[in-house]
Design a binder for this molecule. Structure first.
Ligand code: ZN
Length: 322
């Protein structure tokens, strides 16, 4: 009799939908995460899934070098379980703020965890590194792992879920690397020069073998001098380069001066496209994710410099007519 009811109970349990077992109370109270850049917010969403509620402070077109925390940012951070910022002097105007906040809250600078031997130096400051590590999906892997570790420390019960989500996202980053290698190697060798508004593409250049020239330095805080524009005009004319790129988070005023300067010397230069340098696209769009941002940049650069690339990028998801 006892045995029969035990078996009946087992049969009943087996008939229950699996979700009833898998569901934990965790997802009902998601971990509140605040991230500075859109790229870090995306990494937290990819790894955290349903177990996190992420607020990104810097939206599309926002320049992280110049950004200062607003009143509502401060409120969000005081309510957050975990605060993720980039570090490496990217958020130059918020350094002191985060160092202070770190005494009271859990604050993690996710790019500071990257092995320093993988980083490039900073032209503007001798003792600092180039912060634009998101431009290389290989380097960005390390940041995703840092985000995974920070989320796991904040909510150890969900460690397995975070690990599985991170693994899936890292596989997407590897696919991005494969696509980038193919698309960018299809550009004729003497066209592999990237002229942009500021020096955000150093890791991109180092990873894919492109010469990179920015009108402004690594930070957008330094003024572009007339000398610099004159030098770049000469380079465009000498190397017969025909495409330059504007950035969604930096004014294109200097870029127009560059194009006009080349035109005055009888050399025709056009805008190859708009790149996402320090901020992603609109939330809810493919370009508003890290993978979409990089897919856009790779496809626009390779296409404008003479490679045959798929119109809608590696996943067929890019918006038409970029
Ligand atoms: Zn930048």
């Amino acid at each position: 009799m006892i045995r029969r009811s035990f078996l009946a109970a087992l049969a009943f349990a087996a008939a229950l939908p699996l979700t009833a077992w898998a569901e934990t109370p965790l997802a009902e109270t998601p971990l509140k995460v605040v991230a500075t850049t859109g790229m870090i917010a995306d990494a937290a969403r990819q790894v955290g899934g349903d177990h996190v509620e992420v607020k990104g402070l810097m939206g599309p077109g926002v320049d992280p070098h110049a950004y200062r925390q607003t009143r509502s940012d401060i409120v969000a951070m005081t309510r957050a379980d975990l605060i993720l910022w980039h570090g490496l002097y990217l958020e130059a105007q918020m350094e002191d703020f985060f160092h202070d906040l770190g005494r009271k809250r859990t604050v993690v600078a996710v790019a500071e965890g990257i092995d320093k031997s993988k980083l490039r130096g900073h032209d503007d400051y001798a003792d600092k590194y180039d912060p634009h590590v998101w431009m290389s999906p290989t380097l960005w892997r390390d940041v995703v792992v840092e985000v995974q570790e920070a989320l796991t420390a904040a909510r150890p019960e969900a460690a397995d879920i975070f690990a599985a989500n991170a693994e899936a996202h890292l596989a997407e980053l590897d696919a991005l690397t494969t696509y980038a290698n193919q698309a960018l190697a299809a550009v004729p060798e003497n066209n592999r020069v990237l002229v942009t508004a500021h020096d955000a593409f150093g890791y991109f250049g180092a990873t894919y073998g492109y010469e990179v020239m920015g009108i402004q330095g690594i930070s957008t805080q330094s003024e572009a001098g007339l000398n610099r524009i004159g030098e770049l005009v000469d380079t465009l004319v000498d190397q017969q380069l025909t495409a330059v790129f504007v950035e969604s988070s930096v004014s294109d005023r200097s870029m127009r001066a560059l194009i006009e300067g080349a035109a005055a010397k009888g050399h025709d230069v056009g805008v190859g496209g708009e790149l996402y340098s320090d901020a992603m696209g609109e939330p809810g769009t493919y370009e508003g994710t890290y993978v979409g941002m990089l897919d856009h940049n790779i496809t626009v650069i390779a296409g404008a410099l003479g490679a045959d690339v798929p119109d809608r990028g590696m996943n067929g998801k890019l918006s038409a007519g970029f």
